[in-house]
Design a protein around this ligand. Structure first.
Ligand SMILES: [Zn+2]
Length: 319
């Protein structure tokens, strides 16, 4: 009999659901927008899209070895309670309990960045690294830390909030209430905000010219404009790279990882345009000892890294 995992990546803007076999083959996936009204709407939507996927791919109940759901943080561990999530706009939600109730069986719940880190660690290019840092640069920014081959959650599950490391004292206001956080300076939402301001002032025309009609410009359009030589796009990317470089260099000096793997929509949208200057910055601004064995790279697992993490979480829970 097939052994399958029902894997869900709940994001601020979309819910990605996948049926993945335990050897890492994705049999089917679906993507729906995250309902913005309330937690109940999102929880029901997760259960509905999972049921739909099971129906469409004719999966039998007994083939499902486990269910795992990734959610934006902060997420209390081991309770599985979402607490004041700035990206979801939720207060306190008993996420694991509510998910398990809707599915009628135990559900593994983990913060999305942690899920991505364990997915990268099991299925990615650096699976042999015992000290691995996964960083997502998407609507939000976050990190998952693998140390001695195990996920590091800290005392209460709060470790890895890389997006709320202050990079610029007194800088742009962040959704968390502080100023100058990484997420306020180098994320999908900061790019959107910056572009809106530029367009209001009549600049950024080269970026607009690279944007299909009806599409809100973001990292991909920025990348396209930069590749065509647009100076405004290039200087925006240079600034993003510097902020990310500062943050990653701090993490490399604190944690001394063997691999730092980058993913998320902004990173995957810009690829080498962002990766290369970040690498240069980090290798210039870290201690020789810390960078000696360091690999700094993009994930090869793309948007599915969290789904792979869900499978890894189910396998880890089983043994
Ligand atoms: Zn913040």
């Amino acid at each position: 009999m097939r052994e399958l995992v029902l894997a869900v990546d709940l994001g601020a803007t979309k819910i990605l659901t996948g049926i993945v076999s335990i050897d890492g083959a994705i049999l089917g996936r679906s993507r729906v927008p995250t309902p913005g009204d309330n937690p109940d709407g999102a929880l029901n939507m997760i259960a509905d899209s999972a049921r739909e996927l099971i129906r469409v791919y004719e999966i039998r109940e007994q083939e499902i070895t486990g269910i795992a759901v990734a959610t934006p943080g902060p997420l209390a561990f081991p309770e599985g309670v979402v607490k004041d999530s700035p990206n979801l706009g939720w207060g306190e939600v008993e996420f694991r309990k509510e998910m398990s109730r809707r599915f009628g069986r135990p559900v593994i719940v983990e913060k999305d960045t942690n899920m991505a880190a364990i997915g990268e660690h099991r299925y990615g290019r650096y699976s042999n690294c015992q000290e691995l840092l996964y960083i997502t640069v998407s609507t939000g920014v976050g990190a998952g830390i693998i140390t001695s081959g195990k996920l590091y959650r800290g005392r209460s599950g709060g470790a890895g909030e890389f997006g709320h490391m202050v990079i610029e004292a007194g800088g742009a206001r962040c959704n968390c209430g502080r100023r100058g956080c990484m997420e306020a300076l180098a994320s999908g939402s900061s790019i959107s905000r910056h572009l809106d301001e530029m367009f209001k002032q009549g600049s950024g025309q080269g970026i607009l010219a690279c944007t299909a009609s009806g599409v809100k410009p973001g990292a991909r359009e920025l990348g396209r404009a930069a590749r065509q030589g647009d100076q405004e796009a290039r200087s925006m990317i240079a600034r993003l790279a510097e902020y990310l470089g500062i943050g990653i260099a701090n993490m490399v000096n604190v944690l001394n990882p063997e691999a730092v793997v980058l993913g998320g929509g902004v990173m995957l949208g810009l690829k080498d345009l962002l990766l290369q200057p970040v690498q240069e910055y980090v290798f210039r601004h870290t201690f020789a000892l810390n960078r000696e064995h360091l690999a700094l790279d993009c994930t090869e697992l793309g948007d599915d890294v969290v789904l792979y993490g869900c499978v890894a979480a189910v396998l880890e829970n089983r043994c």
